[in-house]
Design a protein around this ligand. Sequence first.
Ligand code: CDP
Ligand code: CDP
Length: 233
Amino acid sequence: MKNITIAIDGFSSTGKSTVAKQIAKHLGYVYVDSGAMYRAVTYYAMTHGFINTNNFNVDGLIANLDDITISFKFNPTLGFAEVYLNNINIEKDIRTLEVSKFVSRVAEISEVRQKLVEQQQQMGNSGGVVMDGRDIGTVVFPDAELKLFMTASAETRAKRRYAELLERGERVTYQDVLKNVEERDYIDTNREDSPLIKAKDAIQIDNSNMSLQEQFDEILKLVNRTLENSEKL
Ligand code: CDP
Ligand code: CDP
């Protein structure tokens, strides 16, 4: 059967990575979390003195981009690939609210996007990939056979992310998480380079009232239809 490319874009905490992992596992495809790559660059900037609460040295970060190597290694226990920065596993470090507070500002920088998009395109150049992010169907894989655009209300998404952070032991408030979700929505949709928009040929799914199972079932139907159609070509 032909290996297709599946692009899943949308707002924060809409369940993109959860469903992308499930679909990749089901099909035996590679899953790539493009957001983890923007988070890795942000984590690098925070731990190398380019970002702190009062200052963001954009030029310094740009000048050091060649010092950043991002890789993924499959963890069989977890069933997905974890992200590494310069060969150090940073999977847990990048999921904090602290990193979320800066990541959209880092993702506005064209030099950062150029570097990461190039790597993403290489990772998916032979198909058989499910990638989630903000610009996958519009910029990274404009010819993807299946494009999804996931939405849900900001409150629903903030509740989901809040529960997740609490479970990981982070001390955060719901209000802080909601504020971050709304701020990132704003920056991600309004930036000049590769803003978050629905590709014309993407299928929009609002999962505010869908369980994880319902969401998987609905998306699997679309995947199977796309696979059948691509066989006929
Ligand atoms: O998981 P969550 O939806 O919170 O975010 P993420 O997918 O980890 O992405 C974190 C941030 O990276 C987003 O808010 C965007 O600012 C940026 N991003 C991007 O600009 N383009 C992508 N393809 C993926 C993420
Ligand atoms: O990748 P993205 O930021 O879009 O979202 P995620 O990390 O896959 O999902 C964020 C949280 O929402 C996870 O804890 C999911 O289990 C939860 N979720 C949910 O409860 N119901 C959905 N329909 C989608 C996501």
